[in-house]
Each structure stands twice: as structure tokens, then as C-alpha cells.
Design a protein around this ligand. Sequence first.
Ligand SMILES: [Zn+2]
Length: 56
Amino acid sequence: MASSMRVVCPGCDQEFLVSPQFERLKIDAKCPFCDKEFPVAEAKKIVRPSPMLLVK
Ligand SMILES: [Zn+2]
């Protein structure tokens, strides 16, 4: 089970959850607040889950 990470939309500064796969597969995230689509790498802020939780 993958943990979600949080990103801050560069358009409206709202924070929302995206799957880490979005970053890995370079899929654009879509902000649920303003409908802006942007690459996860361009998020204003990315909050990743603790690395300890990612150890398989
Ligand atoms: Zn937004």
C-alpha cells in the first residue's frame, strides 16, 4: 500500500494529496480546488511521507 504525499498547488496555494506514482510516472496532478493541472515536480511544496514508512 503506497502512502500518499501532499503537494501545494502553485495556482491557489491549497494543499492536497496525490499518489507518489504521479511523480514517478510524471503524470500531471490536478488541483481539486482550482482545477489547475501541473507536474508534481512544479508543486509549490511537496510533503513526502516519512522515508521510514516507505521501507518494504
Ligand atoms: Zn489550485
